[in-house]
Write a new protein. Structure first.
Length: 338
């Protein structure tokens, strides 16, 4: 099979011919149709985070494809079923976080394309309990971004506990942000889209943002305050400075939802303002299998729209360069069917 492999953190990915893997007990073999390119894949390939994957490995955690083989003991999946391979590749199912519905906090979790090989390949094996069925009403091209960008922003907005008519500022309109705008609208929020690119702000308006702010042209904090301030600020841009701007834009009782993971991990916020204004700072990490099922159901019902551009896996390094340059409007998706 053809696969894009990280061989070191300082060299481009290599397209290699690898053996099709065999599913072990409790696993399935998936013939991939699509896989989205997430910024996390780029962080993985560059070794940006404190806990690093071990090269050589295959990135990719927005994989969608067909179950072709069942490992020993698998009874919950069927041959020919279309499934998604998300970031949460495995959780123990027994710790307090798994038991109370917070499986994404499991300390024994394995992550697709990070601690286990992922979906930048024509085939992948995955834990049968952690792949998620894709409904017929969702195309494989759309399902790929929903598998991470969708479920991550959906979960972030769920934990924000938005009350209808609250102001929601989305910092970073791209692969995640274009979906965050839509979920915030579905939850009844008045949405402010913040970015540094006019074409992305145009997209935010097209998808339902009530206001947009170009942070390259105006001070986003002042601009948001002139609009009445934000009750919720969701940060999807990988820059500590953006986190600080988002914090400063919040009203009393506001919630800062931290999603992006900058290589430079530290931000500075005022303890005084946090306490006196009753601000909550909340970290949100991807979503559960149930969250992803809900994301797929919403899309199948026509409630969301995906902006994605297909690429071939041979173009992986050019695709990464395009994402890092800011040229990509929303999401790039590797299509193995072309």
């Amino acid at each position: 099979m053809k696969a894009a492999v990280v061989t070191s953190f300082t060299t481009p990915l290599e397209i290699r011919d690898r053996e099709v893997p065999e599913p072990g007990p409790g696993e399935v073999l998936v013939r991939l149709e699509t896989c989205g390119l997430c910024h996390t894949d780029i962080h993985a390939a560059h070794g940006d985070w404190p806990v690093k994957p071990e090269p050589p490995f295959i990135p990719g955690h927005e994989g969608v494809g067909i179950v072709e083989k069942l490992g020993e003991g698998v009874i919950n999946r069927a041959l020919g079923e279309r499934v998604a391979i998300p970031w949460l590749g495995y959780a123990c199912g027994e710790c307090r976080f798994c038991i109370d519905g917070r499986e994404t906090l499991c300390e024994k979790q394995r992550n697709s394309g990070y601690s286990v090989d992922g979906a930048f390949a024509e085939y992948a094996v995955a834990a049968a309990r952690f792949v998620v069925p894709v409904p017929d009403g969702v195309s494989s091209l759309d399902a790929a971004p929903l598998t991470c960008a969708g479920v991550t922003t959906y979960k972030a907005l769920k934990v924000a506990r938005i009350v209808p008519a609250e102001s929601v500022a989305v910092f970073g309109i791209g692969g995640l942000g274009h979906l965050a705008v839509q979920y915030a609208r579905l939850l009844g929020g008045s949405v402010i889209g913040v970015d540094v690119e006019d074409d992305k702000l145009d997209l935010a308006r097209e998808l339902g943002a009530d206001h947009v702010v170009n942070a390259a042209k105006v001070d986003p904090v002042e601009a948001i305050r002139e609009l009445g301030g934000a009750d919720v600020a969701v940060v999807l841009a990988a820059s500590p400075r953006v986190f600080e701007q988002a914090f400063s834009s919040l009203n009393r009782g506001g919630r800062l939802i931290c999603v992006a993971l900058p290589a430079d991990q530290k931000m500075t916020v005022s303890i005084f303002e946090t306490v006196l204004k009753g601000i909550s700072i909340i970290g949100s990490i991807v979503g559960t299998r149930q969250d992803l099922a809900e994301v797929f159901a919403l899309h199948a019902a026509g409630r969301t729209r995906i902006i994605a551009e297909p690429r071939r896996i041979e173009q992986v390094n050019d695709a990464i360069a395009d994402v890092l340059s800011g040229k990509v409007l929303a999401r790039l998706v590797f299509d193995y069917r072309t």
